[in-house]
Design a protein around this ligand. Structure first.
Ligand code: XLS
Ligand code: NI
Ligand code: NI
Length: 430
């Protein structure tokens, strides 16, 4: 037991609360489209931003003072204690971690593995004592200097080997803790300059690496979902997993489109020049939607600012796509979001999550109402209705179509896209 969150009570649902540490909209048991809100949203807290991030920026270092900062296993356990204390206050059903968030870096692979085993045993006990479940685990293959030129895509085969061995241990740990997904975000899987890069070779390495991940996970009976988290740049100038469409091409190339799904992050979509809902809709269209990292990016900075979500209309459009994709199965809403570096107090961490969960709850409810209202989908269906009678065009050929256009006197009449009217409908819900 730490005293880090001393004086803060468990957060409860109270729509009329006077303080800022109550859920005003997130009522875990409220039914939305016949399903409990908790089961729709499947909230997860991210270990890295909440407990491992020191509050630095490119111009200054640590601002946060946390009693668990340091490189010993004892401190790693203290960090875990505080994490599970926060989970108990928030009552969210899941959490997520990287290996590097939960254990200090060891001298070599063997020590890393031993430490990972020890800390995940410790966390496992806390989970059994009523803590949240594990939404996903992942390996941090981007912070340590050995990965500066990539992990799977490194020109040095020893780095490839170290990364592969590390991922093996992280899949083992994720399985041990009952994780429902395993995530791969290729932070350094890209390049800075083509002058020193064999792009085709690196792509092949990344493909083989991913095949091995899938094979190993299946071999040990990990029945969770393997997820890739696309991101276009940052830290590397060009990343190979730019966006959903790019990753899909990559999966097809290596025969993995039926094995791997997407973990989509709002901020990454923005960096790729897309909206979050575009990425969600694309994943749905391709049958590879999996999970989300819910944050928001600053629209001016061009950087993955990982802020807690605060924009209900945006979040509503995201959940609208998610609901239409059938909702989450093994996936969930992971807050890959961090405090601003001036938000020093323990209570800031609680308030950030409470606010974000309320924003998501409002977004989900608005999205459900949009679906139940049905006007938007009816308008969309109407727009394509002409195809009902002419679906055979898609299996015809140009010569036959030309003859048909002439014979039937087909002469298209443009129709309104009704965008403003649809936006007006949307705005009634949000
Ligand atoms: C970084 C990513 C990272 C992944 C997990 O931008 O969002 O936090 O979610 O490695
Ligand atoms: Ni993320
Ligand atoms: Ni990110």
């Amino acid at each position: 037991m730490t005293d880090f969150f001393a004086g803060i009570d468990p957060v409860t649902f109270d729509p009329n609360a006077a303080d800022d540490l109550s859920y005003r909209h997130y009522d875990a048991d409220e039914l939305v489209m016949g399903k409990r809100m908790e089961d729709h949203l499947r909230f997860a807290v991210a270990w890295w931003h909440s407990f491992a991030w020191p509050g630095g920026d490119p111009f200054g270092g640590q601002t946060f003072e946390r009693p668990w900062f340091g490189e010993t296993m004892e401190l790693a356990k203290l960090k875990a204690d505080a994490a599970f204390e926060m989970f108990a206050l928030l009552g969210q059903p899941y959490y997520c971690f990287h290996d590097a968030d939960i254990r200090p870096e060891g001298a070599d692979f063997a020590e890393n593995t031993a430490r990972l085993d020890e800390i995940t045993d410790y966390m496992g006990q806390k989970m059994e004592a009523g803590g949240p479940k594990l939404l996903w685990g992942t390996a941090n293959l981007f912070s340590h200097r050995r990965y500066m030129a990539g992990a799977a895509t490194n020109p040095d085969p020893d780095v490839f080997a170290f990364a592969a061995a590390t991922v093996k241990t992280c899949i083992d740990a994720t399985k041990k803790l009952g994780g429902e997904n395993y995530v791969l975000w290729g932070g350094r899987e890209g390049y800075e300059t083509l002058l020193n890069t064999d792009l085709a070779k690196e792509r092949e390495q990344a493909g083989r690496f991913l095949c091995m991940v899938v094979d190993y996970a299946r071999k040990i009976g990990f029945d969770g979902t393997i997820l890739i988290e696309p991101k276009p740049q940052e830290p590397t100038k060009h990343q190979y997993d730019y966006d959903v469409a790019t990753v899909y091409g990559f999966l097809k190339d290596f025969g993995l489109e039926g094995e791997v799904k997407m973990n989509l992050e709002q901020g990454h979509a923005i960096l790729a020049g897309h909206s979050f809902e575009h990425e969600l809709a694309m994943a749905r269209a391709l049958g590879i939607f999996g999970s989300i990292d819910m944050n928001r990016n600053d629209y001016q900075s061009g950087w993955d600012t990982d802020q807690f979500p605060d924009n209900v209309p945006e979040v509503a459009r995201a959940y609208y796509e998610i609901l239409q994709a059938g909702g989450f199965t093994t996936g969930g809403t992971n807050f890959d979001a961090k405090l601003r570096r001036q938000s020093l107090d323990p209570v800031d961490l609680i308030a950030a999550h409470v606010g974000a969960m309320d924003v998501c709850a409002r977004g989900l409810k608005a999205a459900a109402a949009m679906i139940e209202g049905g006007e938007l989908e009816a308008a969309r269906a109407k727009r394509y209705a002409g195809w009902d009678a002419k679906a055979d065009l898609l299996t015809s050929d140009l010569g036959a179509i030309a003859a048909r256009v002439e014979k039937e006197g087909i002469n298209p009449r443009p129709a309104s896209g009704r965008q403003e009217r649809l936006e007006n409908i949307l705005n009634r819900y949000v």
